[in-house]
Write a protein that binds this ligand. Structure first.
Ligand SMILES: Cc1cc2nc3c(=O)[nH]c(=O)nc-3n(C[C@H](O)[C@H](O)[C@H](O)COP(=O)(O)OP(=O)(O)OC[C@H]3O[C@@H](n4cnc5c(N)ncnc54)[C@H](O)[C@@H]3O)c2cc1C
Length: 309
């Protein structure tokens, strides 16, 4: 069993964690980044990224992840592969436990464990992700110019994103498992007034079909009727799941969805603990703000450490 201490531990190596790593390494802080999978996080699931500045032609998620990691490593990023399974944040020295039994401690911790989109879990979904199945209209809407697409969901995000999609798609069919939307009335009214959106109520998607790309959806109505809908894309907007298993959620005052609230400097309610990226309680989950928050968190951690000494 190893036990080591660092001034700063960054938990998670997605865009937030890698940017935090870049700033910490450049500032020559005593730091360690811990990542349980591949560096890059959700960016690795992204086929093509057109909205991260500095890359006028866009780039694949894999390329962006590789470039972010390489940039941090140029400044001697200290990182390790490891799965943190629990932590004790009740004292000024924070304790982290890995699944192999190793213990690590730190004076400051930046939580960058991210989130995952909730999936439908139906046949064809995994195979066609990035080929017509999307979980982010802000990211992918421009790829669906003049096409017929479906949106699954009934909350604010789904309904607002359906409206956003109508700027590009020729038609948007909103598929909802209930007979009324959960979105707020104002959002609903705007959507109902939009002639490009039509609705399939009491309906669930049971399969996604296509070869090179999405061609059609298999549908099931609450009354048992089966049907199919020809579309060229499907946006699954049924929620986001935070990666928070290892976090003391009560102590961090997590919101109802399990995300971590912070102030605009990324401070959580626990001194010396910061949160950045998709794990934060917020509305917009994009690479650009995850990276920005990673940078902010390191500067806040540095200030905290300076005041400790
Ligand atoms: C399909 C898809 C397409 C997208 N397209 C775009 C796009 O075009 N443009 C855009 O701006 N955004 C896009 N996004 C959103 C963007 O990817 C996220 O906002 C961004 O990756 C969030 O970064 P993050 O660092 O906060 O979290 P993540 O990217 O989720 O990274 C979190 C990291 O923490 C690690 N981790 C979690 N728990 C532990 C643990 N216990 N121990 C160690 N490591 C741990 C994970 O393995 C992961 O690598 C897309 C997302 C998806 C899913």
């Amino acid at each position: 069993m190893a036990a080591t201490h660092h001034s700063l531990i960054i938990l998670g190596g997605g865009p937030a964690g890698l940017t935090a790593g870049l700033y910490a390494a450049r500032a020559r802080m005593d730091h360690l980044l811990i990542e349980k999978g591949a560096e890059g996080g959700q960016v690795l699931l992204t086929d093509w990224i057109d909205n991260y500045p500095g890359f006028p032609d866009g780039l694949s998620g894999f390329d962006l992840a590789e470039k972010m990691a390489a940039q941090a490593k140029r400044f001697d990023l200290h990182s390790m592969f490891g799965n943190v399974i629990s932590m004790d944040l009740s004292a000024p020295i924070k304790q982290l436990e890995l699944d192999n039994g190793d213990q690590l401690s730190c004076d400051t911790l930046i939580i960058c464990t991210g989130a995952s989109p909730r999936m439908l879990g139906v046949p064809g979904e995994k195979e066609l992700t990035g080929k017509g199945v999307s979980y982010c209209a802000t990211c992918d809407a421009p790829f669906y110019r003049n096409m017929h697409v479906a949106v699954v969901g009934g909350g604010n995000t789904a309904v607002q994103e359906a409206a956003h999609l109508t700027k590009f798609a020729s038609k948007v069919t909103l598929i909802h498992r209930r007979d009324e939307l959960r979105a707020t009335k104002v959002v609903q009214e705007k959507a109902f007034a939009n002639e490009k959106i039509d609705y399939l109520w009491d309906t669930t998607v049971t399969g996604i079909e296509g070869n090179e790309g999405v061609e059609s959806l298999r549908l099931l109505n609450r009354d048992g009727t089966k049907s199919s809908l020809a579309v060229e894309g499907i946006f699954v907007l049924i929620g986001v799941i935070p990666n928070n298993d290892m976090l003391p959620l009560d102590m961090l005052n997590a919101d109802q969805g399990g995300f971590i609230p912070t102030n605009c400097e990324t401070n959580t309610v626990i001194e010396g603990v910061f949160a950045a990226g998709d794990i934060r309680s917020k509305k917009v989950r994009q690479v650009i703000n995850a990276a920005g928050e990673g940078a902010t968190a390191v500067l806040a951690a540095e200030e905290y450490l300076t005041n400790l000494n």
